[in-house]
Ligand binder design. Structure first.
Ligand SMILES: NC(=O)c1ccc[n+]([C@@H]2O[C@H](COP(=O)([O-])OP(=O)(O)OC[C@H]3O[C@@H](n4cnc5c(N)ncnc54)[C@H](O)[C@@H]3O)[C@@H](O)[C@H]2O)c1
Length: 368
């Protein structure tokens, strides 16, 4: 692994490493005073933590391993409490560091454990899914879902370091790879038109080697935005592109639609909203839909607007009766809306854009 950049925010600074062998890179960030390690993984990512556990044990660190059932349904207060109780019982204390190894679900959950365990212990993120590498691992947002909505309980708690295990991506199923590409497309639409061109050219052959430079660029965009607005009071809101509709789709389908797929569909609907109210061009809406489709992602909502809207009601980004959307002005540039970075849009206009995308025969014809 090599260090690719530092994330710098007003309250913290931490390195991001990328490549193979996180069990070696972890020593670049391990502190003498951390005598214990709690490795938190889901069942699919436990294998990527094995070498890290061995490496830490070989230097006399006491290692605890906690594993939970993979999937969004595990990102709950209940799973968090189970992990905490087991760690307390095992004697994991304040001299320890949590090492989260996995995708966004593991990182969000383990980071939240770290934020509150004994009033806060340090953590390191080892990202094994593409989605986590370009997005979830960076920025310090941790949390869990509740019956009222996604990520509604959580904390800002920055990791001490982020390790992007690009070798692990070789084991990642293609559908999950595509989910990560959705967040990468999102970063490109938000901030880097050239990145979208490169994703477009690479979309036919998604091999890990071709992806490595794109991952670095995506992770860097996330880090740059977080550096400007650590606590999401302004520009960080642009990272929610596709997520207001996307979260509604995830919840309306009982999380059967994975996060990345929901964001892909949400992005097309929100681009359509931007077309209707903010002058984002129809050609660019079509282009985003085509790129996502070519990556194997769904672009048409699988459920009605009514069912999605019912679940968007509790989204934490809403204010009053209108929904708030981060909208693109053009590819690579978001609407600043006077520094708010979100625009309030009434239900009628959201419904019209949603139904237009849902019924658009050209999307069906071109992308099946
Ligand atoms: N904190 C943030 O800033 C932030 C940003 C974006 C998304 N998120 C959150 O991230 C989550 C989605 O992340 P995700 O898509 O990584 O979900 P995930 O963690 O559920 O991973 C997807 C699936 O891939 C498996 N997996 C992960 N790495 C693997 C590998 N190398 N080989 C084989 N299987 C592997 C996982 O076990 C899981 O089954 C959502 O909960 C979302 O809210 C958080």
């Amino acid at each position: 692994m090599k260090q690719i950049f530092d994330v710098q925010t007003p309250t913290s600074s931490y390195p991001v490493f990328s490549g193979s062998h996180p069990e070696v890179a972890i020593w670049e960030v391990w502190r003498e005073r951390w005598k214990q390690a709690a490795l938190i993984t889901d069942r699919n990512t436990a294998r990527f933590a094995k070498r890290i556990a061995r490496s830490l044990r070989s230097e006399g660190i006491q290692v605890f391993e906690e594993t939970f059932t993979p999937g969004e349904a595990s990102k709950t207060r209940e799973t968090k409490a189970d992990i905490e109780d087991r760690l307390l019982e095992a004697g994991f204390g304040r001299s320890g560091c949590i090492v989260a190894v996995g995708g966004g679900v593991t990182l969000d959950l383990a980071g939240f454990v770290a934020a509150t365990y004994m009033r806060g212990v340090p953590h390191v993120n080892v990202a094994t899914s593409l989605l986590a590498q370009v997005d979830a691992a960076i920025g310090g947002k941790t949390g869990v879902n509740t019956p009222h909505g996604k990520n509604l309980v959580g904390a800002f708690h920055h990791p001490r370091a982020v390790l992007l295990d690009t070798e692990a991506l070789r084991r990642l199923p293609n559908t999950e790879l595509a989910c990560g590409m959705a967040e990468l497309v999102k970063h490109a639409v938000i901030a880097d038109a050239g990145l979208l061109d490169d994703i477009e050219s690479a979309s036919g052959r998604l091999d890990i080697d071709a992806l490595a430079p794109l991952i670095t660029r995506g992770a860097h965009i996330k880090a740059r935005i977080v550096a400007q607005d650590e606590n999401e009071r302004g520009v960080r809101r642009v990272l929610n592109l596709g997520h207001t509709i996307g979260h509604g789709i995830e919840r309306a389908t009982g999380y059967r639609v994975p996060h990345g797929e929901a964001v892909a569909t949400g992005m097309v609907v929100e681009a359509q909203i931007a077309h209707r109210i903010a002058g984002f061009s129809a050609e660019q809406v079509q282009r985003i839909a085509e790129i996502l489709s070519r990556l194997g992602l769904p672009v048409q909502p699988p459920v009605s607007f009514e069912s999605v809207a019912a679940h968007m009601r509790y989204d934490k980004k809403t204010k009053g009766s209108a929904w708030r959307f981060a909208l693109p002005e053009r590819i690579g540039k978001m609407e600043s809306a006077g520094g708010e970075w979100v625009v309030e849009v009434g239900a009628d206009r959201v419904a019209a854009a949603f139904e237009q995308v849902r019924a658009d025969p050209s999307l069906k014809k071109s992308f099946g």
